[in-house]
Design a protein around this ligand. Structure first.
Ligand SMILES: Nc1ncnc2c1ncn2[C@@H]1O[C@H](COP(=O)(O)OP(=O)(O)O)[C@@H](O)[C@H]1O
Ligand SMILES: [Mg+2]
Length: 261
């Protein structure tokens, strides 16, 4: 098993007017190369804080973040976000509205010459199924199309790890479900490793190889969708995992011809 990313007992806290508030405590997980992990938990449980720490925007109180054998963060140490090999696609990480699709995607490709950049943008647009939209502006695209451009932009510099923070939550329900499957297919076809956060079980089960159920800054169980279903670690996990989401996941797994009983 090739583990590319490890969170090794990380703890995070915010300094507030009321004093230091612990948000994430002794949080560990490891993600295999090419896998899609998902943190699933209620609003306010610390999902975004974990992603911001991996991206390099929040200091660790203790523990270590390791990517591809390199320590990105530890207590008192933080590698700059741009040197981490981490890409981001956030719900509110809007595209630059005054730039075309081509310029948005090319933003992280400024080191390439213009012919190379044009070729790479076309390749990424093909990957996300938006060929020929180079000259459009974000407002000329649907919400789902905009998120696919955001995905292309995040993948453009070939990050070792892609972070997705509730990337589908502003979309209508049909688009959200379709896009979740599309994003899974795109990441699988290119072999990217990703960590997604969501409070939506159906989304987590649709997309993830490993799911971490979170409760108040703690990871209660980090397991396969199948494992969460068949061997929930405690009553919290069992209650949290809704039956209909699992049935949908199992049906999808059967359709894909994978394990699931
Ligand atoms: N910049 C901040 N300063 C102080 N508290 C924060 C800050 N950001 C988040 N929090 C608090 O930390 C907790 C976890 O927040 P967050 O990671 O955004 O949760 P989630 O993404 O799971 O909804 C919440 O109680 C939130 O209010
Ligand atoms: Mg959040």
């Amino acid at each position: 098993m090739a583990e590319i990313m490890q969170l090794d007992a990380i703890s995070l806290a915010y300094d507030t007017p009321q004093g230091r508030q612990a948000v994430v405590e002794d949080f560990s997980l490891s993600l295999e190369k090419g896998h899609i992990g998902c943190l699933l938990g209620a609003s306010g449980c610390g999902k975004t804080t974990v992603l911001r720490a991996i991206a390099g925007f929040e200091p660790l109180r203790s523990g270590r973040i390791i990517l591809d054998g390199k320590v990105l963060s530890s207590a008192g140490f933080q590698l700059e976000p741009e040197h981490r090999g981490v890409g981001m696609m956030f719900q509110d990480y809007a595209l630059f509205p005054h730039l075309t699709v081509e310029k948005n995607i090319g933003f992280g490709l400024r080191r390439l010459d213009s012919a190379e950049r044009t070729r790479r943008v076309a390749e990424l647009l093909h990957l996300v199924g938006l060929e020929g939209t180079e000259r459009r502006y974000p407002h000329e695209l649907s919400g789902g199309q905009q998120q696919r451009v955001a995905l292309a932009r995040a993948l453009a510099p070939e990050p070792d790890l892609l972070l997705l923070d509730e990337p589908f939550s502003n979309l209508d329900i049909d688009t959200r479900e379709r896009l979740a499957f599309e994003v899974r297919d795109i990441l699988k076809s290119t072999g990217h490793t990703a960590l997604l956060v969501t409070h939506n079980q159906a989304e987590a089960f649709a997309i993830a190889d490993r799911i971490g159920v979170m409760q108040k800054g703690v990871i209660v169980q980090w397991d396969t969708p199948y494992g969460l279903h068949h061997a929930p670690a405690n009553d919290f996990v069992a209650d949290f995992i809704r039956r209909e989401a699992l049935m949908a996941q199992r049906a999808q797994a059967y359709l894909r011809g994978e394990e699931a009983g």
